[in-house]
Design a protein around this ligand. Structure first.
Ligand code: G3D
Ligand code: MG
Length: 216
């Protein structure tokens, strides 16, 4: 598959391919969320997390076929070493925090600022409060997290990779947002092409030089 352009691949309005990245502090559960979603596994050997790479997942949404390339980090976030090269071609980002760790929620807010600054509204954002099975140890208030997400135009999901909660809904939701954005982009492109076609350029000089009395 090609991810080089970063633009939502779209054929005949029915096939889409999107790049989605997971971002957040180390140990919040990014790799676990991906493995649960793609392979329905938890606490398996995280082989694929050793180097930045992605797993594919194909889904069907109302007759539209969506191929998701879901990117995981190689753990560089632990050294604050995740640069724009990792996320720049993304159609969507899932910003993960651990509900028992206030600092990880702060980190999500830093990511939102960076992504909006670098990519504007070109990227669909979702925020995931992970490890809801540890609700007794919660350090991030639900209301605070949800109202923050709303204020930055992101949906908020409560997830548990351990108990497989909220994950399918979250990926479904971000996929729908990416489809909507891709459809809008396609529509805008068509409109601008149509507008361009309808502009007629009249060259005054040529008109003036034309012989007035016909050719013969
Ligand atoms: P990361 O990829 O963001 O660095 P990981 O995070 O997916 O490697 O997960 C870090 C630790 O959190 C792992 O534990 C993992 O099992 C645990 N974890 C991930 N998701 C959940 C969850 O939903 N609930 C609970 N209770 N734990 C979770 P270890 O012990 O392997 O470090
Ligand atoms: Mg990881």
């Amino acid at each position: 598959m090609s991810l080089s352009s970063g633009i939502a691949g779209q054929n005949d309005g029915r096939n889409y391919s999107f790049k989605t990245v997971l971002l957040g502090e180390g140990c919040v559960g990014k790799t676990s969320l991906i493995l649960r979603y793609v392979a329905n596994k938890f606490n398996d050997q995280h082989d694929f997390t050793k180097q930045a790479s992605f797993l594919n997942k194909k889904i069907n949404i109302g007759g539209k076929r969506v191929k998701l390339a879901i990117w995981d980090t190689a753990g560089q976030e632990k050294f604050h070493a995740l640069g724009p090269i990792y996320y720049r071609d993304s159609n969507g980002a899932i910003l993960v925090y651990d509900i028992t760790n206030e600092k990880s929620f702060q980190k999500v807010q830093n990511w939102v600022k960076e992504l909006r600054k670098m990519l504007g509204d070109d990227i669909c954002l979702v925020i995931a409060g992970n490890k809801i099975d540890l609700d007794k140890e919660r350090h991030v208030a639900v209301s605070e997290a949800e109202s923050y997400a709303e204020s930055v135009g992101a949906k908020h999901f409560h997830t548990s990779a351990k108990h497989n909660k909220g994950i399918d809904d979250m990926f479904l939701d971000i996929s729908k947002s990416m489809i909507e954005k891709a459809d809008n982009n396609m529509q805008n492109k068509k409109t601008s092409t149509t507008n361009r076609k309808s502009i007629m350029v009249v060259d005054d000089e040529q008109l003036e030089q034309k012989p007035k009395g016909g050719c013969c």
